[in-house]
Design a protein around this ligand. Structure first.
Ligand code: C5P
Length: 406
């Protein structure tokens, strides 16, 4: 992904996520973009123009009424001398101003004067994001052609708060920007991908079930990242509490058998990425009535039977996708187990991660993965699940292209 010679105007809003914009500037420049920065008054409460300017290697603009800046560049030129505008973090206040065309400060005036594509990365408390006023503003902005990335679900800066409201990670923002700008760089356009995500629930009776731990975050992020690269994605999700990703057809299932059926229905596909934490077993009998607790008889015996192994079935399918990817969540011998799984499941890539509880990967926001293929093992550094997803999607696109070349 390249932003070579692109001129990006980054408008930094006043939220705690502003600190991530320092990394965003680096990520954009690393991809060849020239970055110009505007900071709102609120943004300057969180990070300094000096830090942003040092990373952008340029002056930072803060004031609509600065004579010097108006003379040198002017807000109209700031609005036009760029290929795209990114607003990050887009606070509820900034989005309300944008939706209403308020131009009382430099950010507002530039946004109103610009005809360039605008990408907004919201970040705010989940209650503010869910508020009808914000919902209205988001709808208005979308109608005006403004693009959105995030917000993501996760923990907030406020203690003990979680929900939808975290700003997307810098790498994901950079990816979204490059796909908006070159529109053309869609290595997976015309390709179909099927992704499984989340846990499965295997009913014991109408109120009890067997399940695996899985938030669905990594699988959902991979589905979204594949769609960003132009793939036509079907996401088959077990029961999760996170929202369906944008731009992806999501099918909701409960059990491994239903997941298997939905995967079959989504074939043929070019890429299959099986991320779901599928329950290995289900109870032989699925009682239609709630099993009663009877002190005299003691606890009931549950006879377990094996569930279909979806990855293995896809890896050996008559309509086998050209690229089959599995995951290996292990608590020990991570690499050795992944290598064995590669052959057994008929996969081209196993993405292995260490899920010892103290690593906090399960349900958490970060992940450190090892890419296991027939060629060997690559260890990737720990990063956010979205960043891991963006890099994996790139890798899958490259591998598919070389598989097709033969
Ligand atoms: O065998 P194990 O469960 O460790 O393998 C993990 C990989 O296999 C994951 O990619 C998971 O999505 C997939 N899997 C599956 N169906 C199962 C069990 C695992 O698709 N029944």
């Amino acid at each position: 992904m390249s932003l070579n010679a692109k001129r990006i105007l980054l408008i930094i809003g006043g939220g705690i996520a502003a600190y991530k914009c320092l990394d965003l500037i680096r990520r954009l420049r690393e991809r060849g973009a020239a970055v110009r920065v505007i900071m709102t008054a609120g943004a300057q409460e969180f990070i300094t123009p000096l830090a942003a300017g040092a990373l952008a290697a340029d002056k930072v603009f803060t004031d609509l009424f600065s004579r010097e800046d108006e003379h040198d560049v002017g807000h109209i030129r700031l609005a036009r001398d760029c290929d795209a505008i990114v607003v990050a973090p887009a606070t509820a206040d900034l989005m309300a101003k944008m939706a209403n065309g308020l131009a009382g400060d430099l950010a507002g005036a530039v946004l109103l004067a610009s005809d360039r594509p605008v990408l907004v990365a919201p970040a705010m408390n989940p209650a503010m994001w869910a508020h009808p006023a914000t919902r209205r503003n988001v709808e208005t902005l979308k109608r005006d052609g403004v693009r959105f990335i995030g917000p993501e679900a996760g923990e907030m800066a406020e203690r003990n708060e979680a929900g939808v409201g975290r700003m997307s990670e810098p790498l994901a923002i950079a990816e979204a920007l490059s796909s908006i700008l070159d529109g053309g760089e869609k290595p997976l356009s015309g390709k179909r991908a099927v992704v499984t995500s989340g846990p499965t629930h295997e009913p014991i009776d109408p109120v009890r079930y067997i399940a695996n731990r899985s938030s669905g975050r990594q699988g959902h992020a991979i589905a979204a990242a594949l769609a960003q690269l132009g793939a036509d994605v079907t996401l088959i999700s077990g029961p999760v509490t996170i929202p369906d990703p944008d731009g992806v057809a999501t099918v909701h299932v409960e059990t491994a058998r239903a997941m298997m059926e939905a995967v079959e229905a989504a074939l043929p596909a070019d890429i299959a990425v099986m991320v779901a934490a599928v329950a290995d077993w289900r109870t032989e009998a699925d009682s239609r009535q709630k099993i009663k607790k009877q002190a005299s008889e003691g606890p009931p015996a549950l006879t377990l039977v094996e569930n279909p192994d979806i990855l293995k079935a896809v890896g050996h399918h008559r309509q086998r996708p050209a690229l089959v990817v599995g995951f290996a969540a292990e608590t020990e011998n991570v690499i050795a187990n992944a290598e064995a799984k590669l052959a057994r499941k008929g996969a081209d890539i196993i993405v292995a991660n260490d899920v010892q509880p103290e690593k906090g990967v399960m349900g958490g926001l970060r992940n450190a993965v090892h890419i296991v293929t027939a060629d060997g093992v690559e260890d990737w550094p720990e990063s956010g699940k979205e960043e891991v997803a963006a890099q994996l999607a790139r890798l899958f696109a490259d591998r598919l292209a070389s598989a097709e070349k033969g």
